[in-house]
Write a protein that binds this ligand. Sequence first.
Ligand SMILES: *[C@@H]1O[C@H](CO)[C@@H](O)[C@H](O)[C@H]1NC(C)=O
Length: 294
Amino acid sequence: MASKLLLPFLLLLALVAGSHAGSIAVYWGQYTAEGSLASACATGLYSYVNIAFLTTFGNGQTPVLNLAGHCDPSAGTCKGLSSDIKSCQSRGVKVLLSLGGASGSYSLSSAADAQSVANYLWNNFLGGSSSSRPLGAAVLDGIDFDIEATNGAHFDDLARDLSQFSSRGKKVYLTAAPQCPYPDAHLNTALQTGLFDYVWIQFYNNPSCEYTSGNIAKLTSAWKTWTSSVKATNFFLGVPASSAAAGSGYIPPNVLTSQVLPAIKGTAKYGGIMVWNRYYDEQNNYSATVKSSV
Ligand SMILES: *[C@@H]1O[C@H](CO)[C@@H](O)[C@H](O)[C@H]1NC(C)=O
């Protein structure tokens, strides 16, 4: 009797485990031809948009926002993005400012430097106030750490300082985009704070832990390590939106939906996928193709 019930019970568990729908996060800002932020949100594909990137900050430098040809922060023309940000938020999309990126000039020289960057972010992009506000009056939902340079010193301080601002009313979401080799060379100390809501792990440009044709084992092994070693609200599988979007690690949509997602969706803290980036996503129709399986 017991064994007769066991199989249906396990099947039911598998159905329940596989039924929680995930979300899609995307990076926007580095390709002028990707269209507007508002149009990206209007597709209905995304729950989170990371505006990429604040490429220069810390160590006493004047922060610089780089949004390719979308607008020119020094001329004040990015302030017009406020209406796009509000339009995204009115659709339920959370909009974050992404710090760092693969090429930038950033580092934190001390705990005091981290606090000063946190204050700058609060006043210029979050709930504080400043006469500059590069993206205008709109209040972003949080800050994304795409830290791919520096040894990561004081980024834990920055995470703690930013999280303190949540007590002033609107929650400040903290997200991070580490590389899939664990532990991450730049973000480990910050992630150890346990303060991050969403961690979107980059499973590309990292042959030691990414998908290679016909082999999902390295990816699933790294996924298990990440999700069991780091404290965060949810984990996302970061993927290139097309084979042109990254040097390696592209997962064709049919492989993602038939092999990779079934292998990781059972994780209790599975949150969905992160797609790099909006430009290639539009070109390759990637998110639209996989969305119903995420
Ligand atoms: C993108 O994929 C969706 C879902 O499969 C499909 O409905 C749509 O027609 C596709 N769009 C293009 C431009 O191929």
